[in-house]
Write a protein that binds this ligand. Structure first.
Ligand SMILES: *Cc1c(COP(=O)(O)O)cnc(C)c1O
Length: 428
């Protein structure tokens, strides 16, 4: 495989390609094929961007037809037929049936653009600067969202101070200590040294932060804390949204309605860049042009996103995600039962699942072995300690069977190299 041009020209900062150094050529659903014709089962799916798989036939068809009709591709924030179609579908297929009353704004086409925009709305609406973010959070790589992100190396690379955010512990960060009570206490105590926040921003599952999963009771407590302290709840659903956790929004069924929601990644249907911020109508505080961006009108993405939302019309679509997620979880639990040493444990929910070990280096080694088995699966967490599985929601039974079998082989091969007879010592 000739990768010389990439290594010669692309900056050292490139990352995923180091774990999976093939030159990919084509993709169909969960199958990627490289330039040598070797195929891989994609259990990473662009970090949850390809929820509908590579080149979903209905989505791709809609984009091709639109292009062949000379449909407008770029439009700033002008009104277009493609955008009208998307907003109508969002309203009718997603928001109305869920009883959600949100207005929307299209930021630039990336997740970080959505987070920056959400923070700007929250700060202007409340007149406050501080934003509360959690340990192990990931919200993006531009200065505002990076300030809310937790990974030390990424923060240090900013090169300037990151401000305006107070870090607090996510659920279960201290074992038994209720971190929601801790947060309520520091916001109630005028001597805590913590400024009243404009917003609390969180992921319901910390996708990049090691698949820590928030419980419904904890989320409800956090939502109540935002109301009590006059601040707003921002749910960053960039990776957890668009069906990844089994429902369109990750907070559905949790008993919370965020004031602001960020979407991106899978929103553009087939990996086309697009982001969206949904907010309570009374938070519509930015004056015309106060926030802006050239690529807020990516009409190919609107067309793809609309075709993707159409899939949600069928009630079976959601039920199948839940069923596939349960199937994967069952299989991972079986693996954990088979290897009851090295602290093998299963994490996540819906189709955002993973497996971890007490030795944080195992996940990375399993990922590398899995790649030799032609399975693409990345790691997550501050120490890359969890192997994360984010297959397309539409993965076929055959692809899934192949993916899980390859993964199991990789795990068993890797664990054989560990000292498996040593008694297991719990991490805490
Ligand atoms: C990926 C991601 C982002 C940033 O999105 P980009 O498109 O990379 O800017 C923000 N928040 C979460 C939860 C993400 O997973």
């Amino acid at each position: 495989m000739d990768t010389r041009i990439f290594e010669a020209m692309e900056a050292e900062v490139r990352s995923y390609c180091r774990s999976f150094p093939a030159v990919f050529a084509t993709g169909r659903n969960a199958t990627l094929t490289d330039a040598d014709g070797k195929s891989y089962i994609d259990m990473f799916a662009g970090a949850g961007t390809l929820n509908y798989g590579h080149n979903h036939p209905a989505i791709r068809q809609a984009v091709i037809e639109y292009m062949l009709q000379d449909g407008v591709t770029h439009s700033l924030d002008l009104y277009t037929v493609a955008k009208r179609g998307f907003l109508t579908a969002l309203q009718e297929i997603i928001l109305k049936p869920r009883g959600l009353d949100y207005k929307v704004t299209f930021p630039g086409p990336t997740g970080t653009n959505a987070v920056e925009t959400a923070m700007k709305f929250a700060r202007k609406a409340t007149g406050r600067q501080n934003i509360i973010a959690f340990t192990n959070a990931f919200h993006g790589m531009t200065l505002g969202s990076l300030a809310a992100s937790a990974t030390r190396t990424k923060r240090e690379a900013a090169g300037v101070p990151l401000g305006g955010v107070t870090r607090v512990p996510y659920e279960n960060y201290f074992g038994d200590l209720d971190t929601a009570d801790f947060l309520d206490k520091i916001l109630s105590d005028t001597g805590s040294g913590i400024d009243a926040p404009a917003a609390i921003i969180l992921e319901t599952v910390q996708a990049e932060g090691g698949l820590n999963t928030a419980s419904a009771p904890w989320l409800r407590k956090i939502a109540a804390i935002t109301r009590k302290h006059g601040s707003l709840l921002i749910v960053d659903d960039v990776q957890t949204g668009c069906g990844r956790t089994g429902t369109f929004f990750s907070f559905e069924g949790m008993g919370v309605t965020p004031d602001i929601v960020c979407l991106s990644k899978a929103l553009g249907g087939m990996g086309l860049p697009m982001a969206l911020v949904l907010f309570r109508p009374d938070l519509d505080v930015l004056k015309p042009g106060e926030h802006n961006g050239t690529f807020r009108g990516n009409n190919l993405a609107f067309i793809a996103a609309t075709a993707a939302l159409e899939l949600w019309r069928h009630p079976d679509f959601e039920a199948e995600i839940v069923a596939t997620g349960a199937k994967i979880k069952q299989r991972l639990n079986a693996i954990a039962d088979r290897y009851p040493y090295l602290g093998t444990h299963v994490l996540g929910r819906g189709m955002m699942l993973g497996i971890g070990w007490t030795d944080p280096t195992i996940a990375g080694r399993v990922s590398q072995r899995a790649f030799s088995e032609q399975i693409i699966a990345e790691t997550t967490g501050a120490d890359n300690q969890v192997l994360k599985l984010l297959p397309p929601l539409t993965i076929s039974d055959t692809e899934l069977a192949q993916g899980l079998a390859g993964l199991e082989r990789a795990i068993s091969l890797e664990l054989q190299t560990c000292n498996e007879v040593a008694p297991f010592v719990a991490a805490e």
